[in-house]
Design a protein around this ligand. Structure first.
Ligand code: N01
Length: 550
């Protein structure tokens, strides 16, 4: 048997390692390297920057935050040097933006691409994180920051027969870079979350036939996407400070305010007019029409009924309309998609909807899909728009081991436990950008990312000033924070969507815990600032490193 090659020597000499080169990793590199003067290495599994926007290249992929708010606000130079073309930009444009950021800040020289992290272990003796990548390389640094995204570990359902299928199978989250030609093909798409709802109308344009396999009907609001005119672009640049301020003061990190009135304090005509105006304007702001849509079931029902009526209005075939409008959870308790012609797509002769709640998929056959009833659907391509092992999947996949050999998988066996979504007890000097327990996916992501990067960077700067070698969340703080995260979720209707990925319910065997912090971004930001100002309450520092003057 050939001898195994000796392990590569660790690449030492770094102050911090960052995993991932999407929005979060790029800004974290810039903040630690260019503001604190640290030696930083970013390890990225892909061969380019972009994170989610590198992987998710499926037809129709675009952002559902408005472009002028879906950008870095920490740098006026970045704001002034970039123009978005559309209200909701497509994936290639967002990828170009992130390359622009990386080039403008000269970040790529400190990123190792094609470097998928396979393990990270805390070495208590040396007070270092020791990280290995798939190609056998080793790295070490005192600080480890995960910037792996909340929706990056794909969820591929274990449907039997995949290997027998004669056609092609694709998951939207790992889409081939050369694209897929659907011309003349019979396409089956499984999943009707944000991704499936974006993809279906585009797939239907070229496919000979599209069958959408729906397990749970979903709300969707028209995006009303449009090109941005020069006046708007100028306005957004000139008003960047006000836009930033607005994003920092709302619960969801978007630049629009939450309604002040209850949906129940106005009469039916006024309520209908408010929903109608939001529907015509398009986008996620419909859920902010009234203040209590996410907290009162009666208020929520008014929004849900309004949207269901629109679906029935648009979809011509009554049976299909009924199937699309029979939605079993309150509006916005799962992440509400926005769409461009989703419901209209079902009026095409070449598009069919199949209810796999009533008649589940039994197996994949060489020629398509067979349902439990025995019904067969002949297909050339199967698209899995089945989402992600959200929030914890990408972290657990990396085999992270903390103090005393504690595996993260073990620490989180009953669900994620963090202090503020930023640190885990037993894992010194590990920071998790937009980790479970932080607002993350309930907000406009760049806003949440900027806040975490800045908090983490300030924390590391403070450690260096004081000469402490390590910082770690306490068990008590994590217990308290988990209780608060649960209380915040229970103050909303969100836990009522029992099959939501917010609860981990989409992945068989995953603990059912509401993972993001539902108390609002503005409130969360204040809590984090207060914890830091109070000497990093809920964290312990230890050890002695050489203090670094500010
Ligand atoms: O994933 P999802 P997604 N058999 O989990 C179904 C963000 N995003 O990729 O509801 C059959 O929402 C599943 O059915 P059910 C956004 O935050 C952002 O669409 O579990 N069906 C559901 O219909 C979003 O929320 C943008 O019953 C199965 C679908 O697959 C998040 O990503 C764009 C199944 C999965 O929906 C995830 O969205 C796109 C099975 N075994 C996404 N397993 C932006 O624009 C799952 N399904 C920024």
């Amino acid at each position: 048997m050939p001898e195994a090659p000796p392990p590569l020597a660790a690449e030492q000499g770094f102050d911090a390692l960052v995993i991932g080169a999407g929005f979060a990793g790029l800004y974290q590199l810039h903040a630690l390297r260019d503001r604190l003067g640290l030696r930083v290495r970013v390890l990225e599994a892909a061969d380019g920057v972009g994170g989610t926007w590198w992987w998710n290249r499926y037809p129709g992929a675009r952002c559902d935050s408005e472009s002028h708010a879906y950008a870095f606000y920490f740098s006026d130079d970045l704001l002034q040097s970039w123009d978005w073309s559309e209200r909701y930009p497509q994936q290639p444009e967002i990828l170009r933006y992130l390359n622009h950021v990386a080039d403008r800040l000269d970040l790529k020289r400190d990123i190792t691409f094609d470097a998928r992290v396979t393990s990270a272990r805390w070495d208590a003796t040396a007070a270092l994180w020791r990280v290995a990548t798939q190609d056998g390389r080793r790295y070490a640094a005192p600080f480890l920051v995960t910037a792996v995204g909340c929706l990056s570990s794909t969820n591929m359902p274990d449907i039997p027969g995949r290997e027998d299928f004669a056609g092609a199978i694709h998951h939207t989250g790992e889409w081939p870079h050369e694209g897929v030609d659907f011309t003349g093909k019979r396409v089956g798409m499984i999943g009707t979350g944000s991704t499936g709802i974006q993809a279906a109308p585009v797939l239907a344009e070229t496919a000979a036939h599209l069958t959408v396999f729906q397990r749970t009907a979903n709300y969707s609001i028209p995006a009303r996407n449009r090109p941005l005119d020069e006046d708007f672009k100028r306005w957004a640049k000139d008003h960047a400070p006000e836009i930033k301020q607005a994003m920092h003061s709302t619960p969801n990190g978007h630049a629009w305010p939450i309604g002040e009135r209850s949906a129940l304090e106005v009469d039916a005509a006024e309520r209908e007019a408010a929903f109608r105006a939001a529907w015509e304007k398009g986008g996620l702001a419909l859920r902010a029409t009234f203040r209590d849509i996410l907290t009162s079931r009666a208020a929520n029902d008014t929004a849900a009924d309004f949207i269901k009526a629109r679906i029935r209005e648009v979809v011509k075939d009554p049976a299909t309309a009924a199937l699309l409008a029979e939605i079993d959870h309150p509006f916005a308790t799962k992440r509400p998609p926005i769409d461009t012609g989703y419901f209209e797509t079902f009026n095409r002769d070449t598009v069919a909807l199949v209810d796999i709640r009533a008649d589940p998929i039994d197996r994949i056959t060489p020629t398509g899909l067979r349902l439990r009833s025995g019904a067969e659907h002949a297909l050339d391509v199967i698209v899995f728009a089945t989402g992600f092992d959200a929030m914890t999947g990408a972290l657990l996949r990396m085999d992270i081991t903390g103090r005393d050999g504690l595996a993260l998988r073990e620490a989180w066996a009953a669900g994620p436990r963090t202090q503020l979504g930023l640190q885990v007890p037993g894992f010194p000097n590990l920071f998790t950008i937009t980790g479970p327990g932080s607002p993350s996916v309930l907000t406009n992501m760049p806003v949440a990312i900027e806040q975490h990067v800045e908090w983490i960077s300030d924390c590391i700067a403070q450690l260096r000033r004081t000469g402490a070698a390590t910082i770690e969340a306490t068990e008590q703080a994590a217990d308290d924070w988990v209780a608060h995260v649960n209380a915040a979720a229970n103050a909303t209707l969100m836990p009522q969507a029992g099959h939501s990925w917010y609860l981990g319910a989409n992945v068989p065997g995953k603990p059912r815990v509401f993972m993001p912090y539902a108390g609002g971004m503005a409130r969360y930001r204040a809590i984090c600032a207060e914890v830091a100002a109070d000497g990093y309450r809920g964290f312990v520092t230890a050890g002695q490193a050489a203090p670094v003057p500010a």
